[in-house]
Design a binder for this molecule. Structure first.
Ligand SMILES: [Ca+2]
Length: 94
């Protein structure tokens, strides 16, 4: 069972410069280790999907939202980016 505490811990491990935000570089580094099957396009989509305020980085609260959300809220992204399950992409990292 994924808890908010677990998600936050993972976030802080991924946030290698402790900025409180995950940028594409930090996310790519984790993906290459934890989920090498994901492509650069997947990484860009993961950011686009999680980054609800369009800042180009994923904040703690955006990361928690994408990890804890229910699958129904993926639908707008499927329509926008094609049928990919963003939740599963992220889950591969934990
Ligand atoms: Ca960072």
């Amino acid at each position: 069972m994924l808890t908010e505490e677990k998600v936050l811990k993972a976030f802080r491990q991924m946030d290698s410069d402790n900025s409180g935000e995950l940028d594409e570089f930090e996310l790519r580094k984790v993906v290459k280790t934890m989920a090498p099957q994901l492509t650069d396009i997947d990484i860009k989509l993961m950011i686009a999907c999680a980054d609800t305020d369009d800042s180009g980085v994923i904040t703690e609260s955006e990361f928690i939202a994408i990890m804890m959300h229910d699958h129904e809220s993926d639908k707008p992204y499927w329509e926008k980016y094609g049928k990919r399950d963003m939740h599963n992409s992220f889950s591969g990292l934990l």
